[in-house]
Ligand binder design. Sequence first.
Ligand code: LMR
Length: 393
Amino acid sequence: MLSNLTPQAPDKILMLIEEFKADTRQGKIDLGVGVYKDPQGVTPVMRAVKAAEQRIWEAQTTKAYTGLAGEPEYRAAMARMVLADVPGDRLASVASVGGTGAIRQALELARMANPGLTVHVSDPTWPNHLSIMKFMGLPFLEYRYFDNATRGVDFEGMKADIARAGKGDVVLLHGCCHNPTGANLTPGQWQEIVAMLDKSGAVPLIDLAYQGFGDGLDADAEATRLVARSLPEVLIAASCSKNFGIYRERTGILMALAGTTAARDLSQGAMAYLNRQNFSFPPDHGARIVSTILTDDALRADWQAELEDVRNTMLGLRDQLAAELRSLSGSDRFDFIAHHRGMFSRLGATPEQVQALKSDAAIYMVGDSRLNIAGLNRDTVPVLARAIIDAGI
Ligand code: LMR
């Protein structure tokens, strides 16, 4: 039986991790997978996370199962962090296996509710969005998003394509810090998208994987909050991997806002059922870390301060890289790097140029020229800038 399997194409992002490890050149630079690294190149355990883990270790008396939906304290704390004003009469939620698990469950839920749906997804998007939909056999259409000339959002193209979404379709939107481009909608553009969805009855699914990495914890949730208070039905997949730095703990949440309390109850039941079918109980350790931090004033303040440091480090690197490139190129054509937000920017280089950066300068980025800003430090920014110019980008 097993010999009938066919080889799977490796994930383009994860493949880079192995390639980078195998490269023996001195001074190699990893701008591939979206993991934060501090100026010493370390992905640290955040202070508040360590403190929360210690408290959990000291106080925890059992490792017996939690509920299928995860711990209520975690779900409530996350709903407050994401939505601020939580519409309890409309909100269903389940803890999930990371943000990816929440995306997968959201798509499963949408298909249960509307088997004929089409998912509308940005071009480009996180490659795993497409991979999951292909694996599930879900029909999807891509909407224009990135303008390669300006390295900003092609908003007219986006609107024209989202106009194809009908009632009960799902429109997948990145709540902040668009992955892979770094280009984001303005508040006014979000209003326009909301008005379109309101008219068509298409349901937004917001992927919120980088809250706190763009303009701040609350600012990054503004678009999600606008969507949540404006539309009757909204799906939100949020991740704690990046903002709490607990990547391997697989901590996420799926929230569904329903139009009625009865639909909320149906959603809650269906989401718990989906957890049971896919993995039974969601992982607890990361969720417990998050709820311990979010419900304790001192831990929360310390976590937020460290998250702000992380965010400001990335903004500083963006400014430094844009300035280096301005001086080396004698033009402002790389200024978009300073305007983008989040971990990533799409450089707009060809696959051949990306390959040249790898072979000539040992600089690794995703083939579509997405670079992870957090993989840089003040010393490697000039090296990257020089290599970009040398590669003719
Ligand atoms: C990324 O986009 O690099 C991250 O979300 C990590 C991943 O799982 O792909």
